[in-house]
Design a protein around this ligand. Structure first.
Ligand code: ADP
Length: 672
């Protein structure tokens, strides 16, 4: 008892009524009953249990309101206390049927003045809520410990005096201190001296730290480590501080990673600075979060001009819609890349043509992180392209002009070709005329002989007719008559043949190429010129002619060639003092061509003149035309052949004609 408390005799006596008043006002469950359990008096709480008023309690059997088994157990305890006379206090569990309660029950026996036990006083305290709260506390404690044990964050708890009461394994790992080394120590002892004021300020705040205020600080455990510290004040219902719970997150790795990121960013900036292109990155909302220094080189503006913004400020107003729509296809992840051209304000205030290429960027987990791209200055290329376009346009114009000129030239060429064709046709016509004239000229030269030749058969006919008249006058027809008649008919046929041959030779009609017997052609020619030769005392000789040798050609024109050559041969021998004046036509057949050689024993051609022999108008004769050999060469070449001159070893001239044989002539179709 405290020394200042003085004990004195009370002025009033304790009576049953006073006791009743005291019990009624008690907040505890207190019950006084006799040895049979009949209630003498009870407190307000007991009345509530029996669901009646305090005044109605006296006389009630205290066991009646209880389940039988519980009533019996309580009775036995009561009897034991009464009989033993010893007070007891114990924890009991009462199953009331509708509720289980845990109670602290104190029982004390009551004696009368003689010392006999006459009743019992019982005090009940319901501890169920406390018990439940305790259980809950225990569970929470276990949960907290389990969480803290596995949590990747360092957790500690300290009492209101800041002494550590708990640290988790991660706290031990970060600080390098064991639980034994830590518990009981002031946790602020581990905070670095310079940062202690900051941490103490954090702790001095009266409010509980909402969400835990966080500070970065350095802890001095076994290891010195940088952590992010957060602290929470734990208070009871009356807002008294119960403890502090704090957490520490090891920043060593994060700071190292941040340092590495900074270094990489610097490296990237250094790298991108050396590239002649603007390298940039946009966030998912299209704002520029990185741009290389080359931006300044091109625009002369600081990179802050576009950092945290879009590029519209430096883009030509006409190009903004196109650039934005291209960029949006990548920003909205519709396209895997975009490429677009736009004009950007240059350093000199001019507009530079730029080409941008960009693509989306993703995190390692595949999350869309924005767009990265590069932009190069293509102004020079655009100018070159423009110049090229202008040059191309100029070139096209030139080509058009040149085409027009060429068309004109073409037109004039076409008309020239037409003129030339016309001239060639005219030439051909003239050639035919000359050829004809040549034949007429030959015939002119042969006209005397022709008359002589025709004269012969006509004289013969006249003689035969005179003889026939005499014969017929003297006697009837006899064998002689028949013979004369036959000769007469033969001479008429001969005269007719001479006329036909002459007519054909002088004909101007064009002959189609036909299959000719070379022997017939040669024999006909010899027959035509035989008289002329005889008149000059010369002979025409034919050698080695085979009746089957055939060529394809124009009979009149080929005969004209032979006539020219034989006549020239006869004329060359006129003044030549040779005894044997023979013009020879020799025909030989080779594998794919025939050779017609015409030679004589005449004067020959001087070597100096041989090159000009086949020239038109070349002649050594006073009355010559000089067209015979030129025309002959033309005719032979038209038939796909050649004509050449040789001087004979024994004297005189040799003209060699080579003509393709029938099969070659047909396929060659040189004849006209
Ligand atoms: P022309 O007989 O009218 O002169 P040609 O063209 O037939 O024209 O002959 C040209 C020239 O070739 C002749 O003038 C002559 O000098 C020469 N010639 C042609 N054939 C012979 C020949 N067999 N022998 C010698 N000279 C010839």
């Amino acid at each position: 008892m405290p020394s200042n408390v003085v004990k004195r005799q009370p002025q009033i006596l304790l009576t049953k009524e006073l006791l009743a008043i005291a019990l009624r006002s008690s907040s505890e469950s207190i019950l006084i009953k006799d040895c049979d359990g009949i209630i003498l008096i009870g407190s307000q709480r007991v009345a509530e249990f029996y669901k009646c008023s305090v005044d109605d309690l006296p006389g009630l059997n205290s066991y009646d309101a209880l389940p039988a088994e519980l009533a019996e157990r309580i009775r036995q305890r009561d009897q034991f206390v009464i009989s033993s006379g010893k007070a007891e206090s114990s924890e009991e569990t009462w199953d009331l049927g509708y509720e289980k309660r845990t109670l602290i029950v104190s029982r004390s026996p009551i004696r009368d003045a003689t010392g006999v036990h006459v009743g019992i006083i019982t005090c009940y305290t319901n501890i169920s809520p406390i018990k439940q709260a305790f259980l809950l506390f225990e569970q929470n404690q276990k949960r907290f410990t389990a969480l803290a044990q596995t949590c990747p964050v360092g957790i500690f708890e300290c009492n209101p005096a800041h002494q550590l009461t708990y640290v988790n394994p991660e706290w031990e790992r970060i600080t390098g201190l064991s639980t034994q080394e830590a518990v009981g120590k002031l946790w602020t002892d581990f905070v670095c001296a310079e940062q202690l004021p900051l941490v103490q300020h954090l702790m001095s705040c009266e409010d509980s730290y909402p969400g835990g205020d966080r500070v970065d600080c350095t802890l001095r455990g076994r290891n010195e480590c940088t952590v992010e510290l957060s602290l929470n004040r734990v208070s009871d219902t009356q807002n008294f501080t119960v403890s502090f719970i704090g957490s520490i997150v090891d920043l060593t790795y994060r700071l190292a990673a941040q340092q590495e990121i900074r270094e990489k960013a610097n490296l990237m900036r250094d790298l991108t600075s050396s590239v002649p292109a603007i390298i940039w990155q946009l966030s998912v909302d299209g704002l520029c979060i990185f741009v290389s220094d080359y931006f300044e080189t091109v625009t002369g503006m600081p990179i802050e001009t576009v950092l945290g913004k879009n590029w519209q400020e430096v883009t030509h107003v006409d190009d903004v819609p196109g650039a934005v729509s291209s960029l949006n296809t990548v920003l909205s992840e519709q396209q895997k890349s975009a490429r677009y051209e736009f004009r950007m304000k240059g350093k000199a205030g001019d507009w530079r043509w730029m080409l941008a290429n960009c693509q989306p960027i993703h995190s390692m987990e595949g999350k869309f992180m924005g767009v990265a791209g590069h932009t190069i200055d293509i102004t020079d290329r655009r100018i070159a392209e423009l110049e090229l376009q202008q040059y191309n346009a100029l070139l096209e114009e030139r080509v058009k002009e040149r085409t027009q000129e060429l068309l004109k030239v073409n037109d004039s060429l076409v008309s020239e070709i037409e003129n030339r064709q016309y001239a060639e046709e005219l030439l051909e016509e003239k050639r035919a005329q000359i050829s004809h004239f040549s034949r007429v000229s030959v015939m002119g030269r042969l006209s005397g002989e022709l008359a002589h030749e025709l004269n012969q058969p006509l004289n013969a006919i006249q003689n035969y007719v005179a003889s026939l008249s005499k014969i017929l006058a003297s006697s009837p027809a006899s064998d002689t008559t028949s013979h004369v008649l036959s000769r007469l008919s033969g001479e008429i046929t001969r005269a007719a043949k001479i006329i036909r041959r002459t007519r054909e030779f002088l004909s101007t009609a064009k002959h189609k190429p036909e299959l000719l017997s070379l022997s017939e052609l040669v024999l006909d020619t010899a027959a035509m010129l035989k008289g002329e030769a005889r008149r000059r005392g010369m002979t025409i000789q034919i050698v080695d002619i085979h009746p089957d040798v055939k060529v394809l050609g124009d009979p009149v024109r080929l005969q004209q060639v032979l006539v020219n050559l034989v006549l020239n041969a006869l004329e060359a021998m006129v003044d030549h003092p040779s005894s044997n004046k023979i013009a020879t036509i020799e025909v030989s057949e080779m594998a794919d061509h025939v050779v017609i050689a015409v030679h004589d024993s005449g004067v020959g051609v001087a070597e100096s003149l041989q090159d000009r022999l086949f020239d038109a108008f070349f002649t050594t004769k006073p009355t010559g035309l000089g067209m015979g050999l030129a025309i002959s060469q033309g005719i032979v070449e038209d038939h796909g052949g050649t004509i050449k001159y040789r001087t004979r070893e024994e004297g005189g001239s040799l003209f060699i004609i080579e003509l393709p044989t029938v099969s070659k002539t047909i396929s060659g179709s040189g004849a006209t």
